[in-house]
Design a protein around this ligand. Structure first.
Ligand code: SF4
Length: 347
């Protein structure tokens, strides 16, 4: 289903992509049904230890420097704020950057659930702007504000003429989706609809979506071989930088779950190619991934030369390790964010 940036909500992955969180069967059936789009959710009566859309979306947006996040929710839903801000402050400090993003909650209570809280929300947004002067304000929705039908969009629309910075609602009610990664889409949707401007020129940047700017040095070094520079999303990014991401050469994500919405939207709306290939894990995965990037940015020859140089370095090392591991059986568990491990192994 194409991405619609003319509405304020990204929708859930269940509705948009037919995503499921439970399956029982064999791999052949799973692959076939995925291809046909006929997968059905395997109902479970119990699940635990999952995240929620709101936490996912708002912590993504809090990566952006000098913005305000307002969670229109009871205080418990904003319990993650302090840990999120501490982590992001440390990530900025690692690069010697100032980080003045603030993360607030509207502290909805019983009265609010009966009488509504949009008047209070309006005052909180205005006070947040006047007190902190952020470069953008994102207002997240929660289970409570969603269930009572708070009209956050209207509040944002009314304030747009009073507050001279980007304002966006982030529709990420926790109950809405079983796929907490729908929160990534909600965050991307807010960025795309409030910050990203139509391209004026082409830059030599590649939008690179990963977590915490992991392996920033190695990835920057890798792309320097092809005369391009990665722009990491969203860790330590600014509102001004994000306004230009439609001018990039391509979008790459370290993980399809994380980057599919932003990548596809930039491709559909602005023609920025989204690299849709397998994750760069293992020798074959890394080379397929890099070759596709090379094809898209017209650097095929340079990529082949790079792969040859790197193979000469790491293949003998892998052969050495194989000898040491002979006779042993091991399982390597690597999520996509473990790209750092792979990069290190190349060094
Ligand atoms: S699931 Fe709902 S109630 Fe729980 S933290 Fe998320 S938004 Fe709040």
């Amino acid at each position: 289903m194409p991405i619609n940036l003319n509405v304020t909500s990204a929708g859930t992955r269940e509705n948009r992509l037919g995503s499921i969180t439970g399956y029982a069967g064999d791999l052949h059936d799973l692959v076939n049904q995925s291809r046909c789009g006929t997968l059905k959710e395997k109902e479970r009566c119990f699940s635990q230890s999952s995240s929620c859309d709101a936490g996912c979306a708002l912590s993504q947006l809090a990566y952006i420097r000098d913005v305000a996040i307002i969670n229109h929710a009871p205080s418990g839903c904003t319990a993650m704020a302090s840990a999120t801000i501490v982590a992001h402050t440390q990530l900025a400090a690692k690069r010697g950057l100032a980080y003045d993003t603030i993360f607030l909650g509207t502290d909805m209570d019983e009265n609010d659930t009966i009488f509504g809280a949009t008047i209070g929300l309006r005052e909180i947004i205005l006070e947040t702007y006047n007190r902190y002067k952020p470069n953008a304000i994102f207002v997240g929705t929660s289970c409570v504000s969603g269930i009572i039908g708070e009209d956050v969009d209207s509040v944002i629309n009314e304030l747009a003429s009073e507050i001279p910075i980007p304002l966006a609602a982030v529709h990420c009610e926790g109950f809405k989706s079983r796929v907490w990664a729908s929160g990534f889409d909600a965050a991307d949707h807010a960025v795309l609809t409030s910050l990203v401007k139509p391209p004026q020129r082409k830059t030599n940047l590649i939008n690179f979506k990963n977590f915490n700017e992991s392996a920033r040095g190695e990835i920057t070094e890798l792309f320097a071989n092809f005369g391009v520079e990665p722009f990491f999303l969203y860790s330590n990014s600014t509102v001004e930088e994000l306004s230009h991401i439609a001018e990039a050469l391509a979008t790459v994500s370290i993980c399809g779950t994380l980057g599919t919405y932003l990548g596809n939207a930039l491709e559909e709306k602005y023609g920025v190619p989204y690299i849709k290939t397998i994750n760069p894990l293992g020798i074959a995965g890394f080379e397929i991934w890099l070759r596709e990037i090379g094809r898209v940015i017209h650097q095929e020859t340079e990529v082949e030369a790079y792969i040859e140089r790197e193979r000469a370095k790491y293949l003998p090392k892998i052969e050495e390790i194989k000898k040491e591991l002979k006779g042993l059986r091991a399982v390597l568990g690597m999520g996509a964010s473990k790209y750092r491990v792979f990069c290190k192994s190349l060094g």
